[in-house]
Design a protein around this ligand. Structure first.
Ligand code: TUI
Length: 308
């Protein structure tokens, strides 16, 4: 499927992988890129030199385009921004903030910059700042989310900007991709389904929670802190919401969740870990390779869009 996004990114399918903290490491990124999408390293809160290593490992596994997601709440974001330039990374996506202060340096270096946004105002600001495209991410997504749904956000951003729009949040199959195209998007970003990919290093226990998840199994913690995070419900999310209701301070809540994503991804602690996942977990049924996932989804989307 050719769109402005597949041409811009020089990829076969207009599918980009979410830049998920701990999950989006080099094995997954290389597998998505090899499958014809755009794989991403999620820099998240990793030490900058670890991000550099990850970039070098992706390059060993694939000659195809890939990207790095820079998480803007990371105190080390400026260092990561510089490493991306030094290592010649072709594409950067950003999340959880305004990347304005890095845009000039990235553009100067020839990096294709695609900010993830959760509002029309931010999309317009990013277009003015020189973004090549934006990811319009609805609150169906896992992890840190905005307040608008994909169904309403995507067409409003499509109407508000000229640059191509990539839809994200709630997309996990060919129907979601076809629907995104009908809303005016020219690509999709997929996170949750790739968490259970064969090439994903995520602990089997976490993958199983996603595969078994029903429609109603995710909830949003952290509304009161200004950093809402969608996770699968477990003892950790219940404890967090209870503390939040009882008026716990931001510091107390931070203390509770410190290291909890690592616990889930690496240790497979599905009780005390933070199981970030989108509402699309209910649509994710099995572990497959990235190639199987992408080809199955694109085949279904193409059939639907051609009315077959
Ligand atoms: O960034 C994400 N999802 C994430 S980041 C993350 S790691 C994390 N850990 C602890 C606390 C917070 C985050 C887990 N999941 N998605 C992209 C995204 N960006 N969603 C929403 C936004 C966003 C929100 C506000 C983008 C821009 C924005 O601008 C506000 C402003 O004016 O700065």
């Amino acid at each position: 499927m050719e769109t402005r996004i597949s041409r811009l990114l020089k990829i076969k399918y207009p599918v980009i992988q979410g830049g998920m903290a701990w999950v989006a490491e080099y094995h997954l990124a290389a597998a998505v890129s090899e499958a014809g999408g755009l794989g991403l390293i999620g820099a998240a809160s990793a030490p900058p030199e670890v991000v550099r290593e990850q970039i070098r490992e992706v390059k060993k596994l694939t000659d195809r385009p890939f990207g790095v997601n820079v998480m803007l709440l990371n105190p080390n974001a400026a260092e990561v921004a510089q490493i991306v330039i030094e290592e010649g990374v072709p594409v950067v996506t950003t999340g959880a903030g305004n990347p304005g202060k890095f845009m000039a340096a990235w553009k100067e270096a020839g990096v294709t910059v695609i900010p993830v946004v959760a509002s029309v105002a931010m999309a317009k600001m990013m277009q003015r700042a020189g973004a090549a495209a934006v990811v319009a991410e609805g609150m169906e997504s896992g992890g840190h989310i905005g307040s608008q749904t994909t169904m309403t956000l995507v067409p409003q951003i499509v109407d508000a900007v000229e640059i191509p729009v990539i839809a994200a949040g709630g997309i996990a199959d060919g129907r979601g991709i076809a629907a995104s195209m009908m809303l005016g998007a020219e690509g999709v970003q997929i996170g949750t389904r790739f968490v259970v990919a064969k090439e994903s290093i995520v602990h089997a226990g976490y993958k199983e929670r996603i595969i078994k998840a029903r429609d109603i199994d995710s909830e949003v913690t952290g509304m009161s802190t200004g950093h809402p995070i969608r996770v699968l419900r477990n003892q950790m999310s219940r404890a967090y919401l209870k503390m939040e209701q009882e008026g716990a301070s931001f510091e107390e809540l931070e203390q509770l969740t410190l290291g909890s994503l690592r616990k889930a991804v690496i240790d497979g602690d599905v009780v005390n870990g933070s199981l970030m996942a989108g509402q699309s977990a209910g649509l994710v049924k099995k572990e497959q390779t990235c190639l199987e996932m992408i080809e199955e989804m694109m085949d279904e989307a193409e059939k639907l869009l051609e009315g077959r």
